[in-house]
Design a protein around this ligand. Structure first.
Ligand code: AHR
Length: 511
């Protein structure tokens, strides 16, 4: 290992920024491959320990990272899902073909009741994505009534007949998904009009207040953001946006060759691919900023929320697995992608109110992988980033800058900061997240904390000998957190981050 380069992290504890909404740590579970079936849901007769068919080990692991919300049932699946097929006695539920994901039969055994049961077990808020592409306004409106209406009404009666007396709460409601593609191949103006119409009939029943989210752009395609903001604004007449939908979303995947099929292996990659990916991950900050700029034009008071409801890495499927199931391994590289995203999310928390990693179990950048044969579960390196960053949930971001960090070589002529960081304060504690993205050189980071006096530093490190390292049934903890020494330094404290590593350091903030 070569001699460390040194960077300084300046944290201005007296320059508070936005509150980091815990929903930035949200999740996504689609009827895709083995995410729902095998991942979350194994059925009541399974040998895998479960409660009403829902895996107990998966619930326990996700409770440890306090997942704040779960988006369901898609993704592309949402726009061909008809909710009435997923209620009532399971044996009698109609079947359908999941045309997006594997062209396989979906038996609808996991439906509305099972989803809300899962959310209750997880202690997570529900984020339901309704069907615009192949559904109707009436169908979506009825679903909202079925889930949220108390008292006597046609849909509340139907829910009761199916065994649930009390309504559930749904804070987040999605108006379709990817309307430019699998959600209906619409153009922005057409979809914006549809979003207004659908959102209008998604009613607030009783004290359930929906936060309606219109589906928007891929990456930085701001034509969607513009059309969706325009559709709820009275530009030039000094009025605030109307309250028809409260948020709008975009999707951003960190993948190489996204448009050209071969995305590369999840575990076998070279230095050039690694740095190109880290650059793509960091670029999420610019993409968020691009959407923010457009939204600020229409909504300077920042009433409308920006939601990144799909993000993460996207690799070729693991050899021998179904090409439509999007099952991929997860290395320390994926964990660093997550860490970089969270630093950017914290920086833009003044407009970005929610984000959902794609997807929680067995699909794309998963937190949890389950073995198809034995059913055993492993936690991925990405899971550990969520766990180590838990202290940022609902904390106040504080102004943070890294100075003097070296730059790494990078493909496509992009500049890559090898150090990424963010910090927040909550309940008398400061949490600092730090990444060293350099593949070869350790990075010494000296803390320069201003505007507060801190004590009792303790650190945790996620690192491995190679960035290709990942967890498997035979090596569950190949990548897992370990203590990180925080050493004294004339400026206060310092840590040394090995190459390709992520760390958190917490301090007590003295009043
Ligand atoms: O997460 C997998 C798919 O990616 C989703 O179904 C879709 O919305 C996106 O294209």
């Amino acid at each position: 290992m070569s001699y460390p380069s040194t960077a300084r992290i300046v944290i201005n504890a007296d320059l508070p920024e936005a509150t980091i909404n815990r929903h930035l740590y949200g999740h996504f579970a689609e009827h895709l491959g083995r995410c729902i079936y095998g991942g979350f849901y194994v059925g009541e007769d399974s040998d895998i320990p479960n409660v009403r068919g829902i895996r107990s080990d998966v619930v326990e692991a996700l409770r440890k990272i306090a997942i704040p919300n779960l988006r369901w049932p898609g993704g592309c699946f949402a726009d061909e899902y008809h909710w009435r097929d997923g209620i009532g006695p399971r044996a009698e539920r109609p079947r359908m073909i999941n045309t997006n994901w594997g062209d396989i039969e979906e038996n609808n055994h996991f439906g509305t009741h099972e989803f809300f049961d899962l959310c209750e077990m997880l202690g997570a808020d529900a984020y339901v994505a309704g069907n615009v592409g192949s559904g109707t306004v009436q169908e979506m409106s009825d679903w909202v009534e079925y889930i949220t209406r108390a008292g006597d009404s046609p849909m509340a009666r139907l829910r009761r007949e199916n065994g649930r007396e009390e309504p559930w709460k749904v804070p987040f409601w999605g108006i379709g998904n990817e309307p430019w593609g699998c959600g209906g191949s619409m153009d922005p103006a057409h979809y914006a009009a549809e979003a207004r119409r659908y959102a209008t009939f998604c009613r607030d029943h009783g004290d359930n207040k929906l936060y309606r989210i219109a589906a928007g752009a891929s990456d930085d395609d701001v034509a969607w953001t513009k059309a969706l903001m325009e559709a709820i604004s009275c530009f030039g007449c000094q009025k605030e946006p109307t309250n028809i939908y409260q948020g709008l979303s975009f999707h951003y995947y960190s993948a190489l060759n996204m448009e050209h099929g071969a995305r590369g292996s999840s575990t076998d990659f070279d230095e050039g691919e690694y740095y190109a990916l880290m650059s793509k991950a960091q670029d999420v900050g610019r993409v968020i900023q691009t959407h923010k700029r457009v939204m600020d034009t229409y909504d300077p008071a920042r009433k409308v929320g920006l939601v990144l409801d799909e993000w993460g890495t996207w690799w070729d499927v693991e050899p021998g697995t179904h090409p439509g199931f999007l099952y991929q391994q997860n290395t320390l590289r994926d964990a660093l992608v997550a860490a970089v995203h969270f630093d950017q999310f914290h920086r833009h928390a003044d407009r970005l109110i929610m984000a959902n990693i794609a997807q929680t179990v067995n699909v794309l950048q998963a937190m949890i992988l389950t073995d198809e044969q034995t059913g055993e579960m492993i936690l991925t390196p990405t899971y550990h980033v969520f766990e180590m960053n838990r202290g940022h949930h609902d904390a106040t971001a504080v102004h943070t800058r890294i100075l003097d960090a070296p730059e790494a070589r990078v493909a496509a002529g992009r500049r890559l900061e090898v150090a990424s960081a963010s910090a927040s304060v909550k309940d008398g504690a400061m949490l600092v997240s730090l990444s060293n993205l350099d593949l070869d050189t350790p990075l010494e980071i000296v803390f320069d904390i201003r505007g507060a006096s801190v004590a009792d530093a303790s650190g945790r490190l996620l690192a491995a000998d190679t960035v290709h390292e990942h967890n498997s049934v035979g090596a569950r903890d190949a990548v897992s957190p370990a203590p990180l020494p925080v050493e004294p330094h004339p400026a206060g404290a310092k840590v040394i981050l090995p190459p390709h590593s992520f760390a958190t350091v917490s301090f007590a903030v003295r009043p």
